[in-house]
Ligand binder design. Structure first.
Ligand code: BGC
Length: 438
C-alpha cells in the first residue's frame, strides 16, 4: 500500500473513533443558495453500446453473446432507429448538452476501412442534437473496441493506442463543426478493470493498457485543440468512495494527464459512511441496494477541487439506480435524488468550488454492462419484455424540467436526506469536515 493511502485510512479511523468533530465548511443561509450560473451545462448522458442495438462485432458484443455476462445486449433500447425520438425527449427535459459515444466498430468495421453507413448514422445523430439546440458531448471510447482489435490482442498490444488515435482523429475531424465537448476515454480505470475481469486483458498487461490510454488521450487532446481551439476535452474519473483507493486511482490517470484536461470530469454515484457498507451492493450488480447520501456530490467536488486546483470540474455522470419496478428498498425517488443532488451542486457553487456542468445518467434505461435489471433512466424502458420499447417518463423527468427551467432548486429547498454522520466518500476530509444543511 502506498504511504499516503495508509495515512488516509489511519486519519479516517481516528476521525471515526472520535465520532467526527463537526466543523461545517460552508454555511450559506437559506437565502443565499445561488442558482446554476448561465454558462452552467446541464446534460443527459448515454453511451452507444448501451442503447443503440444493431451492434457490430466488438469486445462487448463478444462478452454479451458468449455468456460471459448474465444477459445479452440484444437490440438494447434501439437508439439506432429511435435516436430522433430520444433526442427530442432529451430536448424536452430542458437539457443543454447531449452526451453519446461513437462506436468504433460501427464506423470502422475492419482495419483501415471506414463504413459510410456507420458514419451516416452518427452524422444524423450529431445533426439532430445540434438542430435541437443542444451541444453534443462526444465520447470517443466508452469501453468498447472492435472485434478485429480483440483478434489483434486488444489492449495487450501497445499498438492498439495508435489505432485508437487514428479512429478518434477521424471522429474529431468529422464533427468538430458541431462544436462538441469531448470525452476521450470513459472512466479509464473501470475500462482496465473490466477488461481484466472479463478476460480481454492479461493482468500482466495492465501497464500496457494504462500507458496506451494515457498516450492516446494526450494525442487526441492535441488533435481536438488543433481542430477546435476552444473545445473542452476531458476523460472522466470513475469516483470510488473507498478510503485510500480513490487517490491511488487518480494517480493512474488524471494526475498523469492533468495538463491535457480542460475540466476534471467525474462520475459520482455512491457513498460510503462509517458503519454503512451498502455501496458494496454495487459490486454485485444490485445497485439499487446501495444507500445514497446526496451530499457525497459536494464532498467529492470539494476534494477534487483541492487535488486539482485551478481546473474546473464537470460531473459527466450522476444518477440513481432502481429495480425494474422503479423502486428502491430505501424508498428514495429519482426526483428527490435529483433535486437533492442539484441542491449540493448549488452549495458547491456557493462555496466557490468551480463546478461547471452536470450530466444525468441516463436519458433512458439501458444495457447496464451485462444486465437490464438496474434502471438509471429518466425514461424507463422494458428492454427485455416490451417489444414496443416504449419510453415511459419517471418522476425524474418533471424534476429535471423544473431544475432546467429554474436553473436549480429554489432558495429554502431542504434535501430530503440529512447528511450522514461520517461520510468516508472523500476521507479523511469528508469525515473531519462534514457538511450541514442550515
Ligand atoms: C458508466 C456507465 C454506467 C453507469 C451506471 C458508469 O460507470 O460510465 O456506462 O452505465 O456508470 O452504472
Amino acid at each position: 500500500m502506498r504511504p499516503s493511502a495508509a495515512i488516509a485510512i489511519a486519519v479516517t479511523t481516528v476521525a471515526v473513533l472520535l465520532g467526527g468533530t463537526a466543523t461545517a465548511s460552508a454555511r450559506p443561509s437559506a437565502h443565499d443558495l445561488p442558482r446554476l450560473p448561465a454558462g452552467f451545462s446541464l446534460g443527459v448522458a448515454t453511451s452507444g453500446f448501451q442503447v443503440e442495438g444493431d451492434n457490430r462485432d466488438s469486445n462487448w458484443l463478444r462478452y454479451s453473446d458468449s455468456g460471459r455476462v448474465p444477459e445479452r445486449v440484444g437490440r438494447a433500447v434501439d437508439f439506432h432507429d429511435r435516436y430522433a425520438q430520444d433526442i427530442a425527449l432529451a430536448r424536452a427535459t430542458g437539457a443543454t448538452v447531449f452526451r453519446f459515444s461513437v462506436e468504433w466498430s460501427r464506423v470502422q468495421p475492419a482495419p483501415g476501412r471506414f463504413d459510410p453507413a456507420g458514419w451516416a448514422f452518427y452524422d444524423r445523430v450529431v445533426r439532430a442534437v445540434v438542430d435541437a439546440g443542444m451541444q453534443p458531448m462526444i465520447t470517443l471510447n466508452h469501453w468498447v473496441h472492435p472485434g478485429w482489435e480483440v483478434d489483434r490482442g486488444g489492449w495487450n498490444r501497445p499498438g492498439m493506442a495508435d489505432d485508437m488515435v487514428a479512429f478518434g482523429e477521424a471522429v474529431i475531424d468529422r464533427y468538430a463543426w458541431a462544436r462538441p465537448s469531448w470525452v476521450t476515454f470513459n472512466e479509464p480505470t473501470e475500462y482496465v478493470r473490466r477488461e481484466v475481469t472479463l478476460g480481454g486483458l492479461a493482468p500482466s498487461a495492465i501497464g500496457i493498457m494504462t500507458d496506451g490510454i494515457v498516450r492516446a488521450h494526450r494525442a487526441l487532446y492535441r488533435h481536438v485543440h488543433a481542430r477546435q481551439r476552444d473545445a473542452v476535452v476531458t476523460s472522466n474519473i470513475a469516483y470510488l468512495p473507498i478510503p485510500g483507493v480513490e487517490p491511488f486511482l487518480e494517480d493512474v490517470f488524471p494526475a498523469r494527464t492533468r495538463t491535457t484536461l480542460d475540466v476534471i470530469g467525474v462520475d459520482q454515484y455512491y457513498s460510503v459512511s462509517a458503519g454503512d457498507v451498502s455501496a458494496s451492493a454495487a459490486a454485485t450488480g444490485e445497485f439499487w441496494r446501495a444507500s445514497q447520501a446526496p451530499e457525497a456530490m459536494y464532498l467529492v467536488l470539494r476534494r477534487l477541487s483541492q487535488r486539482f486546483p485551478g481546473i474546473p470540474l464537470y460531473v459527466v455522470e450522476n444518477g440513481l439506480a432502481t429495480d425494474p419496478s422503479g423502486r428502491r428498498p430505501d424508498g428514495y425517488r429519482r426526483s428527490d435524488h435529483l433535486r437533492d443532488t442539484v441542491y449540493w451542486l448549488q452549495r458547491a457553487i456557493a462555496a466557490s468550488i468551480p463546478v461547471v456542468g452536470y450530466n444525468y445518467w441516463s436519458l433512458t434505461d439501458n444495457y447496464e454492462w451485462g444486465a437490464y435489471t438496474p434502471r438509471f433512466g429518466l425514461y424507463t424502458v422494458d428492454a427485455t419484455t416490451d417489444p414496443t420499447l416504449t419510453r415511459r417518463p419517471t418522476d425524474g423527468v418533471a424534476a429535471f424540467r423544473r431544475i432546467a427551467a429554474d436553473r436549480g432548486v429554489p432558495n429554502g429547498y431542504r434535501p430530503t436526506r440529512a447528511p450522514v454522520a461520517c461520510s468516508l466518500v472523500a476521507a479523511p476530509d469528508s469525515c473531519v469536515r462534514p457538511v450541514t444543511v442550515p
